[in-house]
Design a protein around this ligand. Structure first.
Ligand code: FAD
Ligand code: SF4
Length: 451
C-alpha cells in the first residue's frame, strides 16, 4: 500500500504481530530525540533564570547531590566544560541522567521558580548541554591516583556498576566488571526508551567513562553461571554487586503462556538493539499490563512502531501508578489509553493471544479485591510489565523485600561484599539513584581497602 512515498507491505490495520506498519520516515521521526538539545544561546537564556539560591533545594532533591547552582552559573559565564566537571564529579553518568531523570519529581520539582511560577529552571536540559559539550571533545576530565595494587570485582555493568567501577578506578584500584550481556550499560543500553537515548549515546558514554583507565569489562560473564561469588572473593580484595533485577513477575492468569504474550522488558531490549525499527514486529492491538515506567515505555513505543490501539491496564487507581503524572500524560498524548482498577483474569486465544479478560477491582481496607464484573480487550500482543525481580543472587546474602539487604553505603550482610542499584534494598529504582549508590559504595570500599 503506497503511503507517504514509501511502499508498505503492512499498515496499522494489518492483523497480527507484523513489522513495517509505517513508512520509513515515520520511524525516523517517531524515535528522534524527544527533547532536542539546547544551543549555546538557549542555554545562556535558560541559565539566566536561575536565582543561584543559597542552600538550594534542588541539590538536596538530586540523588547524586550535584551542585546545580554552581554548574548553572558556570554555563551562564560561558564555561560549559567547567560546568560539566562540576556535574561529573558527583555523577559520572550525568550525560545519561540529563536525558532520563524524571526531573519533574526530582531537581526541577524542588526549584523555587517551580513553586513561584510553575516553570522551573530547565536543570536537566542544562545538564545535558554541559555534559554533551565536554563529551563531544572526547576528553575525560579525571585522572587516576597512583596504582594501589588492590583488585575489585564488579558484577553488572549498569549505572550502579559503572559508577562504582569509575570511582574505584579514580582511586587507583584495578576493577574487573563482569556482565551477563554482550554489551555494557545495563538498562541504559537495553531498557531506557529509545527516544531518550538516541544515536548510540549509551554505548558512547560507556566508552568515554572507560577512558579513566584501570577498568576491564568482561561481557557475557554471569555470576551463578560462569563464576561463583566465592571465585570472585578469592581473586579480588572486594566485590560490588550491581546486577539489577533480571527476573520478571508472572501475571498468574490462565493462558499467559500463549504466543505473543511476553515481558515488556524483553520487547524493549529488542527494540533498543534493533538496527532497523521497521523490521521489528508489533501488534495491531497491543495491551500492556502494569502501572510503572516500563508499562508506559512499552506502550508508547508500541504506538510509535505503528500499533493501531494500545491500552495500558493497571489494577489499582491512577494515584497509585508508579509512572509519574508526567509519564502518564506522555502516554496519553502518544495515543495510549489507560484503564485503571482492572486486573487480568484470563488470556484467551487459539495458540496466539486474541483477547485478554479483566475483572474490575476494588482497592479497599482489606486490600485489592476482584469484582464479579469482567470485560475483554482485543489483543494480538500483550506485554507484562508488573515488576522485575532479583534473579541469581548468591544464596549466602541476606535479603530484604526481595532485594539484597544493605546498610549505609551498600554494605551487605557479608563482609567484603557491597551492593547497589536496583538489586539492593532501599532507594527508588532510577538511573540516578543507581549511580549515587554505586559511587557511595565505591567510597566505602576504598576506605576499607586502604585500611
Ligand atoms: C523499561 C525501563 C525504562 C526505564 N526508564 C527509566 C528512565 O527513564 N529514567 C530513570 O531514571 N530510570 C529508568 N528506569 C530504571 C533504571 O533503568 C534502573 O533503575 C537502572 O538502570 C538501575 O541500574 P542498575 O545498575 O542497578 O541495574 P541495570 O541497569 O539493570 O544493570 C544491571 C546489569 O547487571 C547485569 N547482570 C544481571 N545479572 C547478572 C549476573 N548474574 N551476572 C553478571 N551480570 C548480571 C545485567 O546484564 C545488567 O547489565 C527504567 C527501567 C526500565 C526497565
Ligand atoms: S542528575 Fe538528575 S536529578 Fe540530579 S540534577 Fe541532574 S537531572 Fe536533576
Amino acid at each position: 500500500m503506497p503511503q507517504g512515498g514509501t511502499t508498505l507491505t503492512n499498515s496499522q490495520l494489518t492483523p497480527g504481530v507484523v513489522p513495517g506498519r509505517l513508512p520509513a520516515e515515520a520511524y525516523r521521526d517517531n524515535f528522534a530525540d524527544h527533547e532536542p538539545p539546547l544551543d549555546a544561546h538557549e542555554a545562556r537564556v535558560a541559565a539566566d533564570r536561575c536565582y543561584f539560591c543559597h542552600d538550594a533545594p534542588c541539590i538536596t532533591a538530586c540523588p547524586t547531590s550535584i551542585d546545580i547552582p554552581l554548574f548553572i552559573r558556570q554555563i551562564a559565564t560561558g564555561t560549559p566544560e567547567a560546568a560539566a566537571r562540576t556535574i561529573l564529579t558527583q555523577n559520572i553518568l550525568g550525560g545519561m541522567c540529563a536525558r532520563v531523570c524524571p526531573t519533574e519529581t526530582l531537581c526541577e520539582e524542588a526549584c523555587v521558580r517551580e513553586a513561584a511560577e510553575g516553570k522551573p529552571v530547565e536543570i536537566g536540559r542544562l545538564q545535558r548541554f554541559a555534559t554533551d559539550r565536554l563529551m563531544a571533545k572526547g576528553v575525560h576530565p579525571f585522572t587516576r591516583a597512583p596504582a594501589t595494587g588492590k583488585r575489585v570485582a564488579v558484577v553488572g555493568a549498569g549505572p550502579a556498576g559503572l559508577a562504582c567501577a569509575h570511582r574505584l578506578a579514580m582511586k587507583g584500584h584495578d576493577v574487573a566488571v563482569f556482565d551477563a550481556r554482550p554489551k555494557a550499560g545495563g538498562l541504559n543500553e537495553y531498557g531506557i526508551a529509545a527516544y531518550k537515548a538516541t544515536d548510540g549515546f549509551a554505548a558512547a558514554e560507556v566508552e568515554w567513562l572507560l577512558k579513566i583507565g584501570g577498568i576491564t569489562i568482561h561481557p557475557g560473564k554471569a555470576l551463578g553461571r560462569d563464576m561463583t561469588l566465592a571465585d570472585l572473593r578469592a581473586a579480588h580484595d572486594a566485590v560490588f554487586l550491581g546486577m539489577g533485577l533480571a527476573g520478571v513477575n508472572a501475571l498468574r492468569a490462565p493462558g499467559e503462556d500463549r504466543d505473543n504474550v511476553r515481558p515488556a522488558v524483553e520487547f524493549i531490549a529488542e527494540l533498543r538493539q534493533a538496527a532497523d525499527l521497521s523490521s521489528l514486529p508489533v501488534g495491531r492491538d497491543v495491551v500492556v499490563i502494569g502501572g510503572g515506567m516500563t508499562a508506559v515505555d512499552a506502550a508508547v513505543q508500541s504506538k510509535l512502531l505503528g500499533a493501531e490501539t494500545v491500552t495500558i491496564v493497571y489494577r489499582r487507581g491512577q494515584e497509585k501508578m508508579s509512572a509519574s503524572g508526567h509519564e502518564q500524560d506522555h502516554a496519553t498524548a502518544a495515543g495510549v489509553r489507560i484503564i485503571h482498577n482492572a486486573a487480568p483474569v484470563a488470556v484467551h486465544g487459539n495458540g496466539a493471544v486474541r483477547e485478554v479478560e479483566f475483572a474490575y477491582t476494588q482497592d479497599g481496607p482489606v486490600g485489592l479485591e476482584l469484582l464479579p464484573e469482567t470485560f475483554r480487550l482485543k489483543a494480538d500482543q500483550v506485554f507484562k510489565a508488573i515488576g522485575q525481580t532479583l534473579e541469581g543472587a548468591p544464596g549466602d546474602l541476606a535479603l530484604s523485600g526481595g532485594k539484597i539487604a544493605v546498610t549505609g553505603p551498600g554494605r551487605t550482610s557479608v563482609a567484603g561484599i557491597w551492593a547497589g542499584g536496583d538489586c539492593a534494598s532501599g532507594g527508588e529504582d532510577l538511573t540516578v539513584t543507581a549511580v549515587a549508590e554505586g559511587r557511595d559504595a565505591a567510597e566505602d570500599i576504598h576506605a576499607f581497602l586502604i585500611g
